[in-house]
Unconditional design. Structure first.
Length: 314
C-alpha cells in the first residue's frame, strides 16, 4: 500500500497536464500512486497523458462530465493510500512536496489535515506571492493552526493543490458536495475545519496557475449552484471566528452576483451579512454600482496578466 494517493482531476488541460505529471514524477519521495480522473475531456488531454500511464500512474474515466467535486470524490473512493492529496492538472509541485508532507505526518502523527503555502503563476510567466495572512509566520516553519477561520479570512493560506488529508476526514465530515458549481473547496473546508486543526508548513512548494483553460474563477457564476452558507449558522453560533468567516465568504459571493447581474440573490445574501465583519473597502464595493464593479474587474484582469494583484481582502 502506498503512503500517498495523488489525485489529479482532469478536464481540458492539454497545455498544462504534462508539466503537472512531470512535477509528480520529480518528487524526492517515491512511495505514492497517482490517479488521474478524467471528467470527459474534449481536447487532447487524454493523448497527452498516455505516455505517462503505468502501474504507478493510472487513469479513471468518467462516463459523463460531472464536475470537479465528482472527480475528486472518484479519486478518494479509489485511493489505495491512507493519505490523499490533490494536484490540479494545471498546477505544479516543487520536488519536495510529498517528502514535506511525510515529515509533517511524522511531526504531528495525531493530526489529519496538512497544508502548504504556494506561489501564483500569471499568464505572462510572472510568479508572485499571494496576499494571504502568513507574513507573521517564520519562513519554512511548521506549526499547528487551531484558528483556521480567523487565519484564512484573506486570500487562502493554501490551495487544494497543496493540501493532504487523512481519509478519516472524509469519513467524519463527508465528501465534496457534487451539487455545488462554485466555491466547492470553501464548502468542504468549513466542514473539515470545524472538526479538525491544520498542520501548516509556511513553505511555498506549490505553483498555482491563475489563468488556464476553463478556470471557473474567471467566469460568470450565473446558473451555477452556489454554496449555502446558511446551513453552517448553527456551527458559527459556537464559533465567532467561523461567523466572521461566513460573512466574508458571503461578501465574496454577493460581489460576484452583483457583478453578474443577479440582483435578487445579491440582496438576499447582503441582508445576512453583519457589516462589522467587513473592512471599509469591502463595504464600499458592496454598495458600488455594477458599472464600477465591471470596470474594476477589467482593470484587475489586465493587471493580473502583468503579475499585479489587486484585492479587497485586506
Amino acid at each position: 500500500m502506498p503512503k500517498f494517493t495523488v489525485i489529479v482531476p482532469l478536464y481540458n488541460k492539454e497545455n498544462f497536464v504534462e508539466a503537472t505529471l512531470k512535477s509528480i514524477l520529480d518528487q524526492t519521495f517515491g512511495d505514492y500512486e497517482v490517479l488521474i480522473v478524467d471528467d470527459c475531456s474534449t481536447d487532447s488531454s487524454l493523448l497527452r497523458i498516455q505516455p505517462y500511464l503505468s502501474e504507478k500512474i493510472q487513469l479513471i474515466s468518467h462516463r459523463k462530465n460531472s464536475g470537479l467535486s465528482a472527480a475528486r470524490n472518484t479519486g478518494i473512493r479509489n485511493a489505495a493510500a491512507r493519505f490523499v492529496t490533490f494536484l490540479d492538472a494545471d498546477d505544479i509541485w516543487k520536488p519536495t512536496v510529498l517528502e514535506t508532507f511525510d515529515n509533517m505526518i511524522r511531526q504531528f502523527p495525531e493530526e489529519a489535515i496538512l497544508g502548504l503555502n504556494y506561489l501564483e503563476v500569471y499568464q505572462n510567466g510572472d510568479i508572485t506571492l499571494p496576499q494571504n495572512s502568513t507574513s507573521d509566520l517564520k519562513p519554512n516553519d511548521t506549526l499547528l493552526i487551531k484558528d483556521f477561520f480567523k487565519r484564512n479570512r484573506q486570500q487562502g493560506i493554501f490551495i487544494h493543490s497543496g493540501v493532504c488529508f487523512d481519509k478519516k476526514v472524509y469519513e467524519e465530515v463527508g465528501y465534496y458536495d457534487e451539487t455545488i458549481g462554485f466555491a466547492e473547496d470553501l464548502d468542504f473546508n468549513i466542514r473539515a475545519f470545524n472538526n479538525f486543526d491544520l498542520v501548516y508548513r509556511n513553505e511555498r512548494l506549490v505553483l498555482y496557475t491563475i489563468y488556464s483553460e476553463n478556470q471557473l474563477t474567471n467566469s460568470s457564476i450565473l446558473g451555477k449552484v452556489l454554496p449555502d452558507y446558511d446551513k453552517y449558522d448553527g456551527m458559527s453560533e459556537k464559533n465567532p471566528d467561523l461567523k466572521s468567516y461566513l460573512d466574508f465568504e458571503r461578501y465574496v459571493l454577493a460581489k460576484h452576483l452583483k457583478s453578474d447581474g443577479d440582483k435578487i440573490k445579491y440582496k438576499e445574501i447582503v441582508r445576512k451579512i453583519n457589516p462589522q465583519h467587513l473592512n471599509a473597502k469591502q463595504k464600499l464595493l458592496l454598495k458600488a454600482p455594477v458599472v464600477v464593479l465591471h470596470l474594476i474587474r477589467k482593470i484587475k484582469g489586465y493587471l493580473l496578466k502583468k503579475g499585479i494583484r489587486l484585492s479587497s481582502y485586506n
